[in-house]
Design a protein around this ligand. Structure first.
Ligand code: AMP
Ligand code: MG
Length: 279
C-alpha cells in the first residue's frame, strides 16, 4: 500500500482536513503550525516522492489535453516557505507548462491600473498550471497593514476578489490556494538563518524586521483573507508549515487530489493514425 493510502485510511485526506470551509471564521492564534497529522519525518520522504511522481504524471496529461487551466496561489508571512514549496514541490512539473510569477512591490505601470490587472495577465492558459508566489491577496494584506489605500477601498476587495475568482473558475480555471502558516518563533529562526548564512543573506532585507514587528496586524489580515475568500470555487488550504517536510507533502498531496479530479486524458490523436509505419 502506498504511504499516502496508509495515512489516508488512518487520518483522512489532508485535502479535507486542511481546507477552510466557506464561511468558517479562521483563528490563527489558536492554530498549531507545528501539526503533522500523525506523519513522521522519516516516512514523509517516501510519501513526498510518491506524491511528486503523481504530480508529474497528472501534469503531463493536463498539458497534453490543453483543456483545463490550473492556478495555484501561495501566500504566507515572510519566510513561511513560499519559495521552498516551489523548489521542492513544483519541481515535479515540466517547466514548459508551469509558469511561475512572483509578485513584488507594484511598478508605476502596475499602480496606474486596477490591482487585478497585473494578476489577470499572468493567469494560466489551458493546459498550464500557473504558480503565483504572492498574488492579488497582497492587495488585502500588505496594502491593508500599511494602509496603502484607504480602508473603504481595501474593504471592498474581498468581494471583488471572490467575484473575479468566480469568473475565472466559471471559464474553466481550477483555483487552489495555499496559506503556509508558521509561528513567530519559527519565523525568527528562519530570518536569523538568512542573516547568518552568506548564501541566503540576499533574501534578507532590514525592512523584514519592521514587517515582523507587525505580526499581529498581519495575522488579522490573513484571518480575514482566509475567512472571507475561501469559496467553493476557490478554496483556501491552511497548511501547518513549521515543518518543511510536512508542508511539502501536504501541498503535493492536496494538489495531486485536485489535479486528479480533472480527469485529464491524452488526446486520441489524428483519426486513422494508429498503425501507421514511419519509414
Ligand atoms: P519577496 O516575496 O520577498 O520577493 O518580496 C516581495 C515584496 O513585495 C514583499 O514585501 C511584498 O509585501 C511586496 N508586495 C507584493 N505585492 C504588493 C502590493 N500589491 N503592494 C505592495 N507591496 C507588495
Ligand atoms: Mg522577502
Amino acid at each position: 500500500m502506498a504511504e499516502r493510502d496508509r495515512h489516508r485510511a488512518k487520518h483522512g485526506a489532508l485535502r479535507d482536513r486542511l481546507r477552510v470551509d466557506p464561511g468558517t471564521a479562521v483563528d490563527l492564534e489558536h492554530f498549531d503550525p507545528g501539526e503533522t497529522y500523525g506523519r513522521e519525518r522519516v516516512e514523509a520522504a517516501l510519501e513526498l516522492s510518491e506524491g511528486l511522481e503523481r504530480l508529474t504524471a497528472l501534469q503531463d496529461r493536463i498539458w497534453a489535453e490543453a483543456r483545463h487551466a490550473v492556478l495555484v496561489v501561495l501566500q504566507g508571512i515572510d519566510a513561511a516557505g513560499k519559495d521552498g514549496t516551489i523548489r521542492h514541490v513544483m519541481t515535479a512539473f515540466n517547466p514548459m507548462g508551469c509558469p511561475v510569477t512572483s509578485f513584488k512591490v507594484p511598478t508605476d505601470e502596475e499602480l496606474a491600473h486596477d490591482y487585478l490587472w497585473r494578476v489577470h495577465r499572468r493567469t494560466p492558459a489551458r493546459g498550464e498550471i500557473a504558480i503565483f508566489n504572492r498574488s492579488h491577496y497582497e492587495d488585502v494584506l500588505v496594502v491593508r497593514v500599511h494602509e496603502l489605500v484607504p480602508r473603504d477601498a481595501w474593504e471592498k476587495r474581498y468581494e471583488q476578489i471572490n467575484a473575479w475568482e468566480h469568473q475565472l473558475a466559471d471559464e474553466g480555471t481550477t483555483i487552489v490556494k495555499f496559506f503556509l502558516a508558521i509561528d513567530q518563533d519559527e519565523q525568527r529562526a528562519r530570518l536569523q538563518d538568512r542573516v547568518d548564512d552568506p548564501t541566503r543573506r540576499w533574501k534578507f532585507r532590514s525592512a523584514d524586521l519592521a514587517e515582523r514587528a507587525r505580526w499581529h496586524d498581519y495575522r488579522k489580515a490573513f484571518e480575514d483573507a482566509l475567512s472571507r475568500c475561501s469559496t467553493s470555487w476557490a478554496p483556501w488550504y491552511l497548511v501547518p508549515s513549521n515543518h518543511k517536510w510536512f508542508r511539502n507533502l501536504a501541498v503535493a498531496d492536496i494538489l495531486g487530489d485536485v489535479l486528479e479530479d480533472l480527469h485529464a486524458e491524452y488526446p486520441a490523436g489524428e483519426a486513422g493514425i494508429e498503425g501507421t509505419v514511419v519509414r
